[in-house]
Design a protein around this ligand. Sequence first.
Ligand code: TNX
Length: 421
Amino acid sequence: MGAALIPAPAGLAPDDELGPEGYRLEVRDGRARIEAGGDAGRFYAEQTLRALSGAGPPPDVSIADRPRFAWRGAMLDVARHFFGVEDVRRLIDHLAAYKLNVLHLHLSDDQGWRIAIDRWPRLAEQGGRTAVGGDPGGFYTQDDYRAIVRYAGERFVTVVPEIDTPGHTHAALCAHPELAKGRRAEPYTGVEVGFSSLDAHADLTYRFLGEVFAEVAALTPGPYLHIGGDEAHSTSAEDYLAFMARVQPLVAALGKTLVGWEEIASAPLQTGSVVQYWNTMNERGHDLARAAVAQGARLVMSPADRVYLDMKYDAATPLGQEWAGHVEVRDSYDWDPATLVDAVGEDAILGVEAPLWTETLRTFGDVETMLFPRLCAVAEVAWTPQERRDWDDFRSRLASQAPQWETGGVAYTRSPQVDWP
Ligand code: TNX
């Protein structure tokens, strides 16, 4: 079992199950033979072969590989700054190259609404105009979003759409003041969080969300719908519970599995929900992760001090934030999802995801400097069994990625932790 980077160490015994994403790859004298448990496994074998080949013919190898976790993701915040279809395609290419299989799109926030909703057209028309710092906004038409989903699907990447609720909703409240009891507000282009809330007691809130979710769900072939739920500092604890009780059936009625940030675990959850752990600043995150597991939810691990790729690498990193500390390559690599939170073991963990918030990131080049090389570390955390992971081995394989980034025009950060060629 595996590695997302080359050369993938052979780990599976000959009679181990490959599973739907596993593969065997034999190369002898430049000729490759692939055996796979399914189409995804075949695709991953091809990615490994491509990585092995580099400029010349592939070396002789014998690889048996299978991912540790089912959810191996990255999130792009297209709300604080907007990134168009071409950028998202390029991101999907990066995910596929490192055998990641989830693209979480943070489609709405206080600063912008990024997907056209036919029944609520002002969301995108007005709410799509703004971005942090007065930068240009934008939004995906439904055809754009379909194109993203299709491109992702061809690369075995599941798109997880997030409509953040009940907080992080200023752009929606501005575009449709009826959601805010008629109160009109100015668009927001700052970077504060926690000041907006949907009305947890208004029937209109749930008609709105039911209709928005229905359109998003219909456009999304994957099983998940992410409702956010984070940092609802302007929603009282009581209102938050009322909101969660009414919003969950809307998602269930669409046949989707609900995903939310860890805060949703403060409410009773429908079984089978997915909870995304993130807060490493205090014990609250751990408590919420345990509360999620106690309710039978599965966890996606996104510890901010490990995999928040909007954090600066070190004090010299020109972009990014620092509230969770600096996140160097080794921080992203050297941790075990299954021992991070007491009483939250391997069985409770669906996978790992690296969020990329974009308050400070304006271009796709900016995005890439934060992704690379840390995304590769995240890919190995998600793919490779703990006992086969080794920082020294990883950092030398990581160095060998640089030439292909240079050739492909991929921006990356030359972390001093790696001996770059
Ligand atoms: C926290 S962590 C947020 C986002 C910000 C991010 C900036 C979480 C679920 N929410 O709203 O963009 O910090 O690092």
